[in-house]
Design a protein around this ligand. Structure first.
Ligand code: Z16
Length: 833
């Protein structure tokens, strides 16, 4: 054929009137050309991965075309831009999402089928870009989708980790971590931009000097080392829009000036070794969710990506506006947690040391530019860096932080003249013991807006963790309840349900999730309810197949799929869920003939590699699964599954197939949760505590359609205040006693009788997460769940109502609120061709 003699074609974008047949043949042509010209492969030898890559390049070409027009439009309109700074972006696979957002999904499926290729199979070839730990990183990804869908000018700034979140393997029931080599077959979605490289300094010292023609003294930073940041751009499409925003991820490389000395000194190997040290900065994602690690490399990562991003923002701003005076009018920088909070000191440094601003002017620009989102109430998660380490790595920033603190505390002293304790709490520096820089305090002082991620979380922030800041500046605080993108979390992951919904109420819900309310009018339509139930059933069959393929366990698709998928953490109480499973098992053993509602209890989630208790919970789940799944007395009425390596791709299979969503954290500990929203959107019912966004989900779906149990935040606090005694629950609840006794008996740890002792100790000695206190209520609520599930028609009605009433939790709503109330940015739609 002559197809291979032409230069690679890109797919023609929509707008050009092509009939379906012409479009299909053009797609096929583009794929073959890409195989040949980009990948150097003949059709004959191409495998599924090659076709995936070809397809990805075709989609990327179209996105780039739109991206170029988007950038032009934003510049012409002098649009205010959101810069979302996040150490994590958990984007998930891009191909399916790109096809859907371009409106090409069905066409592509047919074009591929024509050549004997299965789109689903190609989609599975894409490596998972796991550049995040969990909720916080996935939130950033949902936000990018909504920002673009709402036509808001935005750039996501982050780190291009060479290794993302580790691959979780299960060996003899234990978690084992393997490196995540997600880039080993290349990444068709990114474009390196060496032309926009920036230089970043580290270490060394500062000195005072006089600038020519200036009487004032200036400070300059003489670094010990410099590193180069290379941006890698990933286009971010929106749904049904021409706009394409950018995710700009930084990769660290060795600076040339830096190794030249070593080369000149004849130390060739030393110079190359130093290159490796620089490149380490973006080597690997820290796998800690909610626990900080005071490692130097982590601080280097944070400073590196923030400093790269600020230079980039300034370059763009000066290109379009000429002066930094009006930076805050055109740039809104959002700090996703404290990970990028060093940006406050870095922007001050740039303005003062590099652009000659006076302190007061620089400070005003800085405060007006930054906003700060807090994601946790847990004190152990709040980032604090040793002053010593900080000063070694960032000597100039430490000086600037001291100066910010000095001026800030002077202001506080005027307001609270005789309150040294308050001063101590507000200080950017923690004294007593090793002095440390408090990043949350820096973020609060340097931002004009501070927000929590769910109503309860924001209230608790104001009353507890950030109380002193709230009393100082109540107007800075607001709530922005988290949301999820309905494109990935319904349209893409649950195509059958999406189709039924669109056939029933039209497809406006895709960009206006509140329209799902119209489903309520169809609640009494039996045909609709049956269709709904049949889709859940099909999704469960397909998950059952996946479970069998991955872990070899046969599950009953007619049983209730009871699912808890999230990072493994004591406060999330996977342990309480396992204890419930053991209790159900004990009942079967004791009364084998009793009627039970069959359940499949599914767990998924990674434990931080250094978190021994979380890893022991993983082992316990697997050990309980071994016993329960193989005991003939159970007769298949209860199955336990631990799915290894939970990630975004797996999540897309799990949410559509779930009946019951486990949201059982100790009240007051989960800032928001977002999995809870994904379950409800896909018609699962929640068993949950009054924690995080559960509170608002229950408000929206109605108390009758939510299985509530457990102590409230206030009750937890009261209980702890009087002294919580877990033994009394053990002594007075025979089922709980039996459950712990069975673990202690070694039934789940043959040959290792002491294996689970740390778990029993934690429960019986101080039970900091109130598992013992909430257990009876949880088990009772689970009985109510089972009885409800038996009335299948009632269950389906409740499920439909959950989906119908979940509209508030669209990330489109969340982003519209940020845009209006914090960022003051407006939509800038790009015209079609
Ligand atoms: C994270 O994923 C979260 C908080 C945090 O301090 C660090 C990480 Cl890596 C999570 C919260 O635990 C969760 O409740 C919340 O929904 C999510 O951030 C997004 O706000």
């Amino acid at each position: 054929s002559n197809t291979t003699t032409e230069v690679p074609l890109s797919l023609e974008s929509a707008g050009v009137a092509l009939d379906a047949e012409a479009q299909v043949s053009q797609i096929q042509q583009a794929l073959v050309n890409n195989l040949y010209w980009v990948q150097g492969k003949d059709e004959q030898f191409a495998n599924a991965h090659d076709y995936y890559t070809a397809l990805a390049h075709s989609v990327r070409n179209q996105l780039l075309q739109k991206r170029i027009r988007t950038a032009k439009t934003y510049a012409q309109e002098r649009a205010k831009t959101v810069y979302y700074m996040s150490a994590e972006f958990l984007m998930g696979r891009q191909l399916g999402n790109g096809l859907i957002n371009l409106g090409l999904y069905d066409t592509m499926r047919h074009a591929l089928a024509d050549c004997g290729l299965d789109l689903d199979e190609l989609l599975e070839r894409e490596a998972e870009p796991g550049l995040g730990n969990g909720g916080l990183g996935r939130l950033a990804a949902c936000f990018m989708d909504s920002l673009t869908t709402l036509n808001l000018p935005a750039v996501g700034y982050g780190i291009r980790y060479e290794f993302g979140i580790f691959t979780q393997l299960i060996r003899q029931g234990h978690q084992v971590e393997a490196p995540d080599k997600w880039l080993s077959y290349g990444n068709p979605w990114e474009i390196a931009r060496p032309d926009y490289r920036v230089e970043i300094k580290f270490g060394g010292h500062t000195e005072v000097y006089k600038k020519d023609g200036d009487d004032d003294y200036q400070v300059r930073w003489i670094p010990a080392q410099t590193v180069i940041g290379i941006p890698h751009d990933v286009p971010v499409p929106g749904y049904g829009t021409e706009n394409v925003n950018l995710l700009r991820l930084w990769k660290a490389e060795a600076g040339e000036a830096f190794d030249l000395d070593a080369f000149n000194a004849g130390d060739y190997f030393g110079a190359v070794a130093n290159k490796m040290i620089s490149e380490n900065i973006t080597k690997v994602l820290y796998p800690n969710d909610e626990t900080r690690q005071g490692k130097e490399l982590r601080l280097q990562q944070q400073y590196f990506f923030v400093a790269c991003s600020l230079q980039d923002i300034i370059r763009l701003h000066l290109r379009d506006h000429g002066s930094l005076e009006n930076l805050a009018e055109f740039a809104a920088i959002q700090l996703n947690d404290t990970h990028p909070a060093i940006g406050v000191a870095e922007l001050m440094r740039l303005l003062i040391d590099e652009y000659n601003f006076e302190w007061a002017a620089a400070w005003q620009i800085t405060q007006r530019t930054f906003g700060y989102t807090n994601h946790t109430l847990m004190p152990e998660a709040l980032e604090k860096w040793s002053v010593d380490l900080f000063g070694k790595l960032l000597p100039r920033h430490l000086e600037i932080i001291y100066e910010i603190n000095h001026r800030f505390l002077a202001q506080v002293k005027l307001r609270y003249p005789n309150d040294p304790d308050r001063l101590e709490r507000l200080s950017l520096i923690e004294e007593g013991g090793e002095r440390r820089v408090r990043m949350a305090n820096l973020a609060c002082v340097g931002s004009h807006a501070i927000n929590g991620v769910a109503a309860l979380h924001t209230e608790l922030l104001k009353q507890e963790v950030l109380q002193d800041f709230y009393e100082l500046w109540p107007d800075k605080f607001s709530n922005k309840t988290n949301g999820i993108t309905p494109r990935r979390w319904l349209l893409q992951c649950n195509p059958r349900l999406a189709q039924l919904i669109s056939e029933t109420i039209g497809d406006s819900w895709i960009t206006n999730l509140d329209d799902l309310k119209q489903l309520e009018a169809h609640l009494d339509n039996e045909v609709f309810r049956h269709a709904w139930q049949a889709i859940k059933q099909e999704n469960k069959w397909s998950l059952a197949r996946y479970i069998h393929d991955t872990v070899g366990i046969k599950v009953n698709p007619d049983s209730m799929f009871d699912v808890q998928i999230k990072r493994i953490h004591e406060y999330k109480r996977q342990l309480m869920n396992v204890l419930h499973v053991i209790t159900l098992y004990n009942r079967m053993v004791q009364n084998p003939g009793d009627h039970v509602v069959p359940r499949t209890v599914i767990f998924g989630g990674k434990a931080a590699p250094g978190y021994a208790m979380a890893k022991l919970v993983v082992k316990l789940v697997n050990a309980v699964a071994d016993v329960v799944n193989n005991d003939p007395i159970v007769a298949g009425r209860l199955k336990v599954v631990f799915l290894p390596n939970y990630n975004v791709s797996q999540a897309q299979r799990l949410f559509p197939a779930s009946d019951l969503s486990e949201q059982i954290s100790t009240a007051g500990m989960e800032a928001s949760g977002t999995g809870n929203m994904k379950f409800a959107l896909n018609g699962a019912l929640t068993i949950g505590t009054l924690d995080g966004a559960n509170v608002e989900i229950r408000e929206e779906v109605g108390a009758d359609n939510f299985f509530l149990f457990g102590l409230t935040t206030e009750q937890v606090a009261a209980c702890k205040a009087v002294g919580h005694n877990p033994w009394c629950y053990y002594d007075t609840n025979p089922e709980l006693k039996r459950t712990l006794d069975v673990i202690a008996s070694g039934l789940f740890s043959p040959g290792e009788p002491d294996l689970f002792l740390p778990i029993l100790d934690s429960l019986l000695v101080d039970d900091p997460y109130m598992v013992m206190a909430d257990f009876a209520a949880y088990v009772q609520c689970q009985e109510h769940v089972s009885r409800t599930y038996e009335d299948r028609d009632r269950w389906v009605r409740m499920a439909i109502l959950n989906t119908a009433r979940i509209g508030k939790f669209s990330a489109d709503r969340t982003i519209a609120d940020y845009a209006r109330e914090i960022w003051k940015v407006k939509a800038v739609p790009v015209a079609g061709e």
